[in-house]
Design a binder for this molecule. Structure first.
Ligand SMILES: [Zn+2]
Length: 135
């Protein structure tokens, strides 16, 4: 048990000290590599997307498109996390509590985000993500 805690600490240290600065510096390279991998592994990507759709269908709650747009307007078409201006093209729907962690698909759990922040946030909750960014 002790070992597991130590290991977890170690992993997050690795993440903070090595991977995060690397990713920050080489973001475009990393994303480029990911896109290349996705093109080569089309089947696995489709499988992942299919699973994601099922996850979304299983999620509690629902919202309408107009509720969503109203929310985006309330946030003045700005990314909740970095404040970047968004357009219909760059707008991404972020789940404050991720669906993978039993967040709902109700409008109250949704936040406008840019693709970059949504990607960085991944399976973290809003407070976890903001804490990490502040660190
Ligand atoms: Zn952002």
């Amino acid at each position: 048990m002790k070992w597991r805690i130590a290991n977890k600490k170690h992993r997050s240290k690795y993440w903070k000290e090595y991977w995060k600065p690397y990713y920050k510096k080489n973001r475009n390279l990393v994303i480029g590599r990911v896109l290349k991998w996705q093109m080569k592994n089309r089947g696995r990507v489709l499988e992942y997307q299919r699973k994601n759709r099922i996850k979304r269908r299983k999620a509690r709650g629902h919202h309408t498109f107009s509720e969503w747009i109203k929310k985006v307007r309330d946030h003045k078409w700005k990314c909740f996390y970095c404040g970047k201006r968004l357009t219909m093209k760059t707008l991404v729907q972020d789940h404050a509590i991720p669906l993978s962690r039993n967040g709902s698909d109700f409008i109250g759990n949704l936040l406008p985000s840019c693709a970059r922040c949504n990607h960085d946030k991944y399976t973290k909750t809003v407070s976890e993500f903001l804490r990490e960014r502040a660190a």
